[in-house]
Structures are given as structure tokens and as C-alpha cells.
Design a binder for this molecule. Structure first.
Ligand SMILES: NC(=O)c1ccc[n+]([C@@H]2O[C@H](COP(=O)([O-])OP(=O)(O)OC[C@H]3O[C@@H](n4cnc5c(N)ncnc54)[C@H](OP(=O)(O)O)[C@@H]3O)[C@@H](O)[C@H]2O)c1
Length: 317
């Protein structure tokens, strides 16, 4: 199987390091060019894990040109998530679908903004759109739901889907202020220099929208909701909750007709209460098997690349 990989950042480089022989990279592209038929070991060594354009096989090429003209079976989208208009990825995906190519993505934008449209486009062209890495990074929530919970019948799901805010809330439990916890999250590389997407709940909202559509067939979009983030929570709130045997978590909840992202005070005995640091977790409430929780790495190049590879294996068979 041949993959056209768009993006050679944290996730793209990690994927290049674990791609098996059975899945060949037809090309790996960044914004301004591509390496055609790369020998991955050489590519990673040549570029010293920094810039694709250092490679000898680099060709200046518009990514859309690559999507339109190269020979491949699956487009792998590892470009930055854009919650404003989900471009240019939406155009890349449509072009790939029209050429009867599958799409595997870690990029949440097109699914959060136009879930119904992009999944219909894949269906109409008889190809698949897989997106394990978009929610909870290296934690296999969709494969788990698809392959392990069909018989249990999922009724609702709630989870911690943003590692940065979970890390901050965990630090605040040990007495750090909001500002100290944020600075520490930035120093550890969990939070962006502009942390608004994380702390205001927009990143978790994008993921909740994908869950609501994929698990419950809700026809819902990112623009239909407003999340509540963690910016108003103080150390005093957290310490008062702790005295009552509770803790604060930023929780995304979805079922067949509702969706919310907001901080909640939950008892310390709750399944999500002991998900600390930057971990993610999702609890599925089911009709026949009670509650089932999966916990794992919500981010990081390699865990996220492992979810992308899982989708590629699903296509490969
Ligand atoms: N990192 C994680 O832990 C994680 C976890 C879950 C999901 N994700 C998602 O995975 C995706 C990739 O994340 P990342 O951390 O690897 O990002 P990143 O380090 O910022 O890398 C993004 C890569 O995409 C390339 N790129 C940008 N625009 C492009 C375009 N139009 N066509 C082709 N390539 C383009 C960039 O190339 P240039 O250098 O030329 O700009 C860069 O190589 C994002 O959508 C992110 O939300 C990431």
C-alpha cells in the first residue's frame, strides 16, 4: 500500500520512523515541497530530524499538486489543525476522495467543521476516512468502540480529551497557581505559547464534536457549541473541592443528542478522577456492559503516529 504523507512535524517524523515495509511512503510533503519515494531511514538521518528540504530527493512541489497527481492509495494528513475554515485540508481530502483514495488523518479541522460533508464524500467515492489520532492521540477510542463495544451498545461517553488542561489541574491540586501551572505546561511542551485553544476548551470541543458525530451520528458542527474552559478555576476552588472529596476535571460529554465541554467537580472515586498529568481517558457508558474506560497518551508524536499507523493497518488488512 502506498501512502502520500502530508506533514513532517512531530507526528510525521514519528510515523516515518515506524512505517513498516508493507506501507510504502509514495512521498512526504511539507508546505513547500516533497520528498518523492523516500527511503525513510535515510530521510530521517539526512534531515537530522529537522527539515525535509535538506534531503537530496526533495522536490519543490505544491502539496495540492502532489494530492492531485502522484500515485498513492491513501492520503495521510498530518498538517496543522485549523478550526477557522479547515483549509487547505478539506480541499486536499476532497481531491483525494474524487481520485478514489482513502484518507487517514490526525488533523481534526475538516471533521470538526464539516463531519457530515467529508464522510459523505468518502462514502460516495467508495473509500474510507479513518481518524483514530484526532481524539485522544495515542488512545484508541474509535477502534475500541468499533471493534470491542459493538455488542455492548454505547449510550454515552465522557472523557478527559485535553492533556494540557489536565496537567494544569493536576498541578493546581498540589497547590500551584493557575499561572504557575500554565508556565510549567508550556515549559514541558504540553501547551502552545498561545494556550487559548487548550485552556478555553476549544481543542476539547473539536474532539467532542468528532466523537458526537462518529459514535452517535449527531449531525453537529464545531460552530454550534461554546465550550467552557478552565480559566476561571482558582487554587482555592480546587482546595475546597478536595476537602469535600472531589476534584476538578475538564470533561467532554456526548450522547445521542447532547454535547458539552466544561469543568466538572467529580468525586475522587470517579473513573476519571485519577487520570493525572497529561493523560487522556474516555469512559463509554453502555447498555449491556456498564462502564468501560480507556486511558492513554493524548498527545506526543510517537503515540499519535501509532494511532495513524493503526488506521493504515486497518486499510491494509
Ligand atoms: N503533536 C501531537 O501530539 C498531536 C496529537 C494529536 C493530533 N495531532 C494533530 O496532528 C497534526 C500534526 O501535528 P504535529 O504536532 O505533527 O504538527 P507540526 O509539528 O506543527 O507539523 C506540521 C507539519 O505539517 C506541514 N504542513 C503545514 N501546512 C501544510 C500543507 N498545507 N501541506 C503539507 N504540509 C503542511 C508543516 O510543514 P512546514 O514546516 O513547511 O510548515 C509541518 O511539517 C495536527 O493536525 C495536530 O492537531 C497532533
Amino acid at each position: 500500500m502506498k501512502a502520500l504523507v502530508l506533514g513532517f512535524g512531530h507526528v510525521g517524523k514519528a510515523l516515518a520512523g515506524i512505517l513498516p515495509d508493507a506501507i510504502e511512503a509514495a512521498a512526504i510533503c511539507t508546505r513547500n515541497g516533497a520528498v518523492l519515494n523516500p527511503v525513510l531511514d535515510e530521510l530521517l538521518a539526512e534531515t537530522d530530524n529537522r527539515h525535509l528540504s535538506h534531503s537530496r530527493a526533495f522536490a519543490a512541489m505544491d502539496p495540492l499538486d502532489a494530492v492531485q497527481n502522484l500515485e498513492y492509495d491513501v492520503l495521510v494528513d498530518l498538517t496543522p489543525t485549523n478550526f477557522s475554515d479547515a483549509q487547505p485540508s478539506t480541499t486536499y481530502w476532497r481531491t483525494a476522495f474524487e481520485r478514489k483514495k482513502h484518507v487517514v488523518t490526525a488533523n481534526k479541522g475538516p471533521l470538526a467543521l464539516h463531519y457530515g460533508d467529508v464522510t459523505s464524500a468518502a462514502e460516495e467515492n467508495g473509500v474510507r476516512l479513518l481518524f483514530e489520532a484526532t481524539v485522544a492521540g495515542g488512545t484508541p477510542v474509535f477502534s475500541f468502540a468499533r471493534h470491542c463495544l459493538k455488542g455492548a451498545e454505547i449510550v454515552s461517553a465522557e472523557g478527559i480529551l485535553n492533556g494540557t488542561t489536565n496537567y494544569m489541574l493536576t498541578q493546581m491540586e498540589s497547590g500551584k497557581t493557575y499561572a504557575e501551572a500554565l508556565l510549567e505546561a508550556q515549559q514541558k511542551g504540553y501547551a502552545e505559547s498561545d494556550p487559548a485553544n487548550d485552556v478555553q476548551g476549544f481543542d476539547a470541543l473539536g474532539k467532542a464534536v468528532i466523537l458526537a458525530n462518529a459514535l452517535f451520528n449527531q449531525d453537529t458542527r464545531y460552530a454550534d457549541h461554546m465550550p467552557q474552559g478552565i480559566t476561571e478555576i482558582t487554587v482555592e476552588d480546587i482546595s475546597a473541592a478536595s476537602k469535600r472529596g472531589e476534584c476538578f476535571k475538564l470533561i467532554a460529554t456526548v450522547d445521542e443528542s447532547t454535547l458539552s465541554v466544561k469543568p466538572q467537580q467529580i468525586p475522587k472515586t470517579h473513573a476519571l478522577a485519577n487520570i493525572g498529568d497529561a493523560w487522556n481517558a474516555l469512559t463509554f457508558y453502555t447498555r449491556h456492559a456498564d462502564a468501560v474506560t480507556v486511558k492513554g497518551r493524548g498527545a506526543g508524536g510517537l503515540p499519535t503516529a501509532s494511532s495513524v499507523l493503526n488506521d493504515l493497518w486497518e486499510l491494509h488488512g
